[in-house]
Structures are given as C-alpha cells and as structure tokens.
Write a protein that binds this ligand. Structure first.
Ligand SMILES: C[S@@+](CC[C@H](N)C(=O)[O-])C[C@H]1O[C@@H](n2cnc3c(N)ncnc32)[C@H](O)[C@@H]1O
Length: 368
C-alpha cells in the first residue's frame, strides 16, 4: 500500500506534469489560455479530490486497523485483567491464608509461651515444694536423730547401770553354775541387787516371789550367803515350773528355794475377778518378810497383779517389804495406787528405785 506522502508526491508530480503539458499546449496555442487554466484547475481539483478520497480511505483503513488492534488489545487487556483479577483473588486468598496461618501461629506461639510460662511456674512450685520437703525432711531427720541420740544415750546409761549392778551382784554372790539370764522377761540386775542387799540387811525368814525364774536362783544364793530361812517361788506355768526347778537344782539351792506349782484360778473380790495363784498353794505361808510381786504375766488380764496384796497381806510379817517390779508400766502404777488407797501400806523411801530399769516400788505396812 503506497503511503500518503507518496500519493501526495505522485499527485503533485501528475499535477505538475499536467500543468506543464497544459502550459506547453497553451504556449503552442494548441489550447486557449482560459481553457487551459480551466483544465488545469479541474485537474488540480480532481487531483485534490482523489488525494482527499485516498487520504480519507487510508485514514479510514488505518482507523479500522487501529480499531481492530484496539479491540484485540482490549480482549487481551480483558483477559489480562481477568487473569490479574484471578491472580489478585488468589493473592487475597493467599494473604488471608497467610494471615490466618500467621494468627494461628501467633496463637500457637502464645499458647506455647503460656504453657511454657505455666510449666515454669509449675516447675518453680514443684521445686519450692521439693525444697520445702527436703527442709522438713532435714528437720525431721534432725529431730529423729536427736531422739535416737537421746534414746541411745539413755540406753547406754541404763546399760551401764545394769552392768554396774551386775558387777555388784557378782561381787556379792559366787554362783556354782552358769547363772540364768537377767533383763528381758527376767528381773533386771538393778532389781536383783536391791533384793540381794535387802536380804543382806533385813534377813527375812520367808521370801515369797510371785513368778519363778532367774530371780529364784539369785534369791537362793542371797539367802544362802546372808540370810536365814527360805524362798518360795510361785509358778503357774508347768513348763517354767520345771525349768526353774532344774535351775535351782543345778545351783544346789533346792534346800533353800522351793519352786511351787500354783496354777491360776479365778479369784474374786467384790464384783471383780482375776486369775490368781491357787490359794491352796499359799495357805501354809506365814510371816512373809519379803514379797516380790513379779507375776503372773500381764497377759492374764488387766491389773493382773492386784490380788497380790489382798490375797497375801494377811500372810505377811508386820515388817514386810513388798517389792513391785515393772512399776514403770501404767497397769502396775494403777495397781499400786489402788493398794495404797485400800490397804495400810506406804511407799518406802528408796531413792535408787526411781532409776530402776523397769520401775521398782517398795511398800511397807504403815505403823498402827
Ligand atoms: C516376769 S517373769 C519373772 C520371773 C522371775 N521373777 C525372774 O525375775 O526371773 C514371770 C514369768 O516368767 C515365766 N518364766 C520363767 N522362766 C522363764 C524363762 N526362762 N523364759 C521365759 N519366761 C520364763 C514364768 O512363767 C514366770 O512366772
């Protein structure tokens, strides 16, 4: 397609050639001047018209082409816009998702931080509790240790006292056979020393003990060495009866110590009843100078040894000494309180008895 400029140049050239031809024709007087001018003007007008038409058509075509291009561009633009809109929508969704994720993450982080904080607080509390428990435990251990230490100190002191008493005993008595054990079920050395020294000082004619065992042998030796008279040991249990008799025999004391079988029988006073040594076994006893209350075992009933005084006091001498073993026990203390209320008895002043391992109380008859 020729450009507008070329068309204009071509039209100008054709016009110029036409004008030149007309000028030549006029000069050659082939054409009259007027007719030549008219033809020239017409040619110019036609050329102009042609130029305008071509130019218009060209502009039209250009405009159409531009229009088409614009429309295509519009379509493309629409597509791009749609695509961009979709992308924007997607971006929005992504942003929303990111935001939601972010806030969820933030929430999660907050929760984690909170739980971490809680855990830290819990850990702190647990730690404080553990530290407190350790402190309490330490204090408890200290207290217990103090308790154990003072108990050990008491035990050691008591052990020493018993060894001392035993050494004293052995300096007073020279046994002919191995001596039966002391402490535990048997009398402790401090009680035995008291009994032996009592025999030495008071020389009672008749010694009665409620409950036979090791003491029967020591008393036998004490009577043999310092005293006069005899010992009657009441024993309810046939097995220990035999054992005690064997012991006495083994030490060659059968002529001094009689281990007497005295089974437990119901014994009444007022409305109350106890298991006490058969009265038949004590009927012949008279003028008891020393009564050792060391049986029957407490397992036979409450205040098991209460009958000792009501059942045997009338068989005692006026200068009787009643020695009560195990006086540290509440049951025995209650029995002693009751005797002191009900009978003309008083506690003898024996300061050493307060320190006796199992508790020892000495009672005597009050002066008439
Ligand atoms: C508190 S114990 C004391 C006996 C005795 N007065 C003494 O100190 O050895 C009382 C009872 O222990 C029992 N008994 C005697 N010999 C025993 C022994 N070898 N082992 C365990 N118990 C014994 C007897 O039944 C006795 O009546």
């Amino acid at each position: 397609m020729p450009t507008t400029r070329r068309l204009v140049v071509a039209a100008a050239a054709v016009g110029a050639l036409t004008l030149a031809a007309l000028t030549v024709l006029i000069l050659l007087e082939i054409l009259e001047l007027l007719a030549g001018l008219t033809l020239g003007l017409l040619t110019c007008a036609l050329g102009l018209m042609l130029l305008v038409t071509v130019a218009v058509r060209r502009l039209d075509g250009k405009a159409l082409r531009i229009d088409g291009r614009v429309k295509r561009q519009e379509v493309v633009l629409t597509k791009v816009t749609d695509a961009l809109t979709r992308v924007a929508g997607s971006l929005d969704q992504v942003a929303e998702a990111t935001e939601a994720h972010g806030s969820r993450r933030e929430e999660d982080l907050r929760a984690i931080r909170a739980s971490l904080g809680e855990d830290r607080v819990n850990t702190m509390l647990v730690r404080q509790e553990i530290e407190g428990a350790i402190r309490d435990l330490g204090a408890l251990v200290d207290t217990r240790l103090d308790g154990v230490q003072s108990a050990l100190a008491r035990e050691l002191k008591q052990d020493y006292r018993q060894i001392e008493a035993f050494v004293d005993l052995r300096s007073l008595i020279e046994p002919r056979a191995p001596m039966p054990e002391l402490r535990g079920w048997a009398a402790s050395p401090d009680l035995m020393r008291r009994l032996v020294t009592h025999v030495c000082e008071h020389r009672p004619g008749l010694i009665v003990e409620c409950g036979s065992g090791s003491s029967s042998v020591w008393l036998g030796y004490a009577v043999e060495r310092f005293g006069r008279g005899r010992v009657v040991s009441l024993e309810h249990d046939e097995r220990y009866l035999a054992l005690s008799r064997d012991l006495v025999r083994a030490h060659g004391l059968s002529h001094i110590v009689e281990v007497r079988h005295a089974p437990l029988r119901p014994w009444r006073r007022g409305e109350e009843s106890w298991d006490w040594y058969d009265e038949e076994a004590t009927r012949d006893l008279d003028g008891i100078g020393l009564l050792l209350v060391d049986g029957p075992p407490t397992a036979t009933g409450p205040q098991a040894r209460y009958p000792a005084v009501p059942a045997l006091l009338e068989r005692c001498a006026k200068d009787v000494y009643i020695l009560v073993d195990d006086a540290a026990r509440s049951d025995e203390r209650a029995v002693i309180r009751r005797w002191l209320e009900e009978f003309p008895l008083e506690a003898a002043d024996h300061t050493a008895d307060h320190r006796a391992e199992k508790g020892l109380v000495t009672l005597t008859l009050t002066a008439p």
